[in-house]
Write a protein that binds this ligand. Structure first.
Ligand code: ATP
Ligand code: MG
Length: 409
């Protein structure tokens, strides 16, 4: 049997990028031989093994054929006769279809190295169209390598467009899609992920609510970029520049969905878009079974981002309601994520990226003031049950009034 390093490890070594996980392919072996050497089987669908010591993945070389809709509709053929070239041709991109032996001799039948040098993301063969997940993968790689100058080859984008138009994207499971989406949002330029999906028509299918934002104007005085879609891309871009976690990036993507529902005669104003957007945010989260923390933050940011922007003008009682809605006493971290998401929203405006955002520290201070109200003295005064809750609220309101006065003095 022969063993080769494949996929991302080869690509990233040639790019001079750190290699984190290594995928291996084994040519000329049977499952029995692998087991005899101590490899542990893991693949439910096709023969993949874990190395007894390193724990890295070793897959038997295989060919694939499409036999129906979606990922379930694949048949695999692994045998000792399958060659390295046959295994590589089923891969998505040429830059991912190179293999290397232990002497670093490259096997590159589909010219991945050339495309790597030319900074091109190009599909390996027409079989690319057999798995719609590849549309998301290519967009994700575009987001990751945009900084190095990579773009999607026109003919690959065309195939992605055909896939998007064919209805195949709808056959993707929520789990497979979310895995790609969440990884893509954590890349260096997540806005490129959304842009590429839009360019090939996949965004319209996957997240029509986000796609609908393009072409929707906002008032130029607040939003020099005008277009709500472009604004959303910029907010996402800022969230990556500021190294925000997934929850924040996801909330950034969805915060303005309500603006896609505004009747045209009301443009460029978007009255109550914070509320109209909530059901759309929920729908997108449910479609991809986004984790609870992502869904929660997206809804809160959607509902309250304008509160944050107007923080300095809010009455103490409104501040208190805001803090209560966030349950800031038990969930301080979530409130912090809300604040930074709103800051990204403010920075995601053309020409205003560097403007200071005093609302952030102001709200942090307000949260601190409210949280510092101690329960003990109220207990000592004999308050309990609902009355204790009311008393606590009164004290917090007092603290917020004092905070507000001190801040404006
Ligand atoms: P990463 O750095 O994100 O791990 P990777 O290229 O190693 O990138 P993996 O998802 O680990 O990506 O997959 C390993 C290899 O398997 C890829 O490089 C590619 O050759 C192939 N591959 C994975 N998923 C697919 C797919 N859906 N269609 C075609 N080829 C795929
Ligand atoms: Mg990998």
């Amino acid at each position: 049997m022969q063993i080769f390093k494949v996929g991302g490890a080869v690509r990233d070594r040639l790019l001079g990028k750190p290699v984190t996980d290594i995928d291996w392919v084994v040519v000329g072996a049977t499952t029995e031989e692998m087991l005899a050497q101590g490899y542990r089987p893991v693949g439910a669908d096709f023969p993949v093994f874990l190395h007894p010591k390193s724990g890295e993945e070793y897959a038997l070389a295989r060919t694939e054929r499409k036999s129906g809709r979606g990922y379930g509709g694949f048949t695999f053929h692994a045998s000792p006769e399958v060659t390295l070239e046959e295994d590589l041709i089923r891969r998505d991109l040429t830059i991912n279809a190179m293999a290397e032996d232990d002497q670093q001799n490259l096997t590159d039948p589909y010219h991945g190295q050339r495309d790597l040098e030319d900074r091109i993301l190009r599909h390996v063969s027409p079989a690319f169209a057999e798995d719609p997940l590849r549309v998301l993968r290519v967009a994700r790689f575009a987001a990751r390598y945009a900084g190095l100058g990579f773009t999607v080859a026109p003919e690959t984008l065309e195939l992605m467009r055909q896939l998007s138009d064919s209805g195949e994207l709808e056959a993707l499971t929520a789990e497979r899609s979310w895995k790609e989406i969440s990884r893509a949002l954590m890349e260096d330029q997540p806005q490129v992920f959304i842009q590429v999906l839009r360019d090939c028509g996949a965004l319209k299918v996957l997240m029509p609510e986000v796609d609908a934002l393009f072409g929707v104007p906002q008032p130029e005085a607040h939003h020099p970029e005008i277009d709500t879609g472009l604004h959303t891309l910029s907010v996402l871009e800022q969230s990556a520049l500021y190294k925000q976690p997934l929850t924040v990036r996801w909330a950034c993507l969805l915060h303005d969905l309500g603006k896609g529902l505004t009747p045209e005669e009301q443009w460029p104003r978007h009255i109550a878009h914070e509320h109209t957007g909530l059901k759309l945010i929920k729908a997108v989260c449910e479609r991809f079974k986004a984790p609870k923390d992502c869904q929660e933050l997206a809804l809160l940011v959607g509902q309250y981002h304008t509160h944050c922007h107007r923080a300095l003008e809010l009455k103490a009682s409104t501040l208190l309601e805001l803090l209560q809605s966030f349950d800031v006493y038990r969930r301080p971290q979530r409130f912090e994520e809300f604040i930074v998401a709103c800051e990204m929203d403010a920075r995601g405006r053309k020409g205003l990226e560097q403007r200071s955002y005093p609302q952030a520290d102001y709200l942090r201070g307000a949260a601190k003031a409210a949280r510092e109200v101690a329960v003990q003295p109220l207990l000592e005064k004999g308050f309990k049950g609902p009355e204790l809750g009311e008393a606590l609220k009164r004290e917090r309101l007092k603290a917020l009034k004092a905070y507000k006065d001190a801040a404006s003095a």
